[in-house]
Design a protein around this ligand. Structure first.
Ligand code: NAD
Ligand code: TDX
Length: 354
């Protein structure tokens, strides 16, 4: 559909006879695409407009099977005029769009500043102008990292202490949301989630990179000593939490999203090797990431107790097996980006250590 037509429809209220009009930024990316699929299936009362600039990380094919159920606008969240025209016609915005990969932010921070910081301001100005409900998607990385042997986990009260250019821009965007809420009364909520896994995740990220390596008979690659801990959550559990916050969250509140999924990277690789029937020692250590955060861990008590949310995916092993199946069954989706991703890693200086 022509962008003009979508804008016209967005400018009029509820042209489909549906109850809620929702603008989803970054809806062609990993979590955003899963959110749009989830919404189309679970919430037929919601009309979805996706705004996505289709960077290397955005993939139109992720939405192909529901194309007739959504409106898609190819555009930039930092384009304040476009954002203003779109926000004017909706009831709520969920802002997923971001430059999301730590390694890329170390190589070139500028796109991160533009999309994550300037893009957020452009949305905040528009939701302020039209008094539109806004939900901001963020990350646990804003809190920095925790020691390995430490009972503490991140809570909503943990001070911000970001390590990478990526997490510093996400922390900045959270601060901007808080400022617009306090100073201008914007009706916003924020969620900070831990590491997601599941279908449609770009092959640059840890789990899909190792799965697609294994499909191609290449050994998984662990940064440093592989001892870094991430707190894994299935993307569908992240998105059900986002819906709980959209519907029942307190305005101005931050909610941490996590599913008690702490594992070190070696353990994840061992589980993958097991699922491919390989020897558990069949992996390589490669150059560590600069400033590599040691451990993330989320305490999601507030989300659970106040909003009654709980994750549906119990066993990480099962969610991982489902994800492996998805990458085996959807090779056309990821093959196009695999070689260029690996060239990127090589150009960033990644070498095998032992
Ligand atoms: P992704 O990189 O897979 O997708 C990002 C999407 O945003 C892509 O479709 C891309 O084309 C789009 N985009 C980028 N710049 C844009 C711009 N200027 N204008 C419009 N669209 C643009 O990212 P993801 O992993 O799906 O992450 C989505 C959000 O969730 C991000 O805000 C990220 O910080 C946050 N988050 C991610 C994780 C995770 O584990 N992946 C965990 C917590 C929070
Ligand atoms: O090849 C690899 N080998 C490896 O050991 C890659 C790509 C990563 N790693 C390690 C680095 C991390 O310790 O695996 C862990 C996960 O790495 P990423 O997938 O790059 O995720 P991370 O840096 O933890 O950030 C992710 O979670 C928080 C998302 O990319 C962010 O967008 C989100 O905010």
């Amino acid at each position: 559909m022509l962008e003009r037509e979508i804008l016209d429809r967005a400018a009029r209220r509820r042209p489909y006879g549906r109850d809620v009009r929702l603008l989803v930024t970054g809806g062609a990316g990993f979590i955003g695409a899963n959110f749009v699929h989830h919404t189309v299936v679970q919430r037929p009362d919601v009309a979805v407009i996706v705004l996505d600039s289709l960077t290397y990380a955005g993939n139109r094919a992720s939405l192909a099977s529901i194309d007739d159920r959504i409106d898609f606008v190819h555009g930039d969240v930092a384009d304040a005029n476009l954002v203003d025209r779109l926000v004017r016609g909706v009831d709520a915005v969920v802002h997923f769009a971001a430059e999301s990969h730590n390694d890329n932010s170390l190589a070139d921070p500028w796109p991160f500043v533009r999309t994550n910081v300037v893009g957020t301001v452009s949305l905040l100005q528009a939701v302020r102008r039209y008094d539109v409900r806004y939900h901001h998607i963020s990350t646990d990385e804003v809190y920095g990292d925790l020691p390995l042997d430490d009972p503490r986990r991140f809570t909503e009260a943990t001070p911000y202490n970001p390590s990478s250019p990526y997490s510093a821009t996400k922390a900045s965007s959270d601060m901007l949301v808080r400022a617009w809420t306090r100073s201008f009364g914007v009706r916003a909520t924020i969620s900070n989630c831990s590491n997601n896994y599941g279908p449609y995740q770009h092959v640059e990220k840890f789990i899909p990179r190792q799965i697609t390596n294994l499909i191609d008979g290449v050994r998984p690659r662990l940064y440093g000593a592989g001892r870094n801990v991430r707190d894994w959550i299935h993307v569908d559990d992240h998105n059900s939490a986002v819906w709980a916050i959209l519907e029942r969250g307190r305005i101005g509140q931050t909610y941490l999203i996590g599913a008690d999924g702490e594992l070190d990277n070696r353990a994840v690789v061992r589980l993958l090797l097991e699922q491919f029937g390989c020897d558990p020692a069949d992996f390589d250590f490669v150059t560590d990431r600069a400033g590599h955060d040691l451990r993330y861990a989320i305490d999601a008590s507030l989300l659970r107790s106040e909003l009654g949310w709980s994750p549906r995916f119990g066993e990480f092993r099962d969610g991982l097996a489902q994800t492996v199946r998805w990458y085996r069954d959807n090779q056309a989706w990821w093959r196009a980006g695999k070689a260029s991703t690996e060239r990127n890693y090589a150009a960033q200086g990644e070498t095998t250590l032992r």
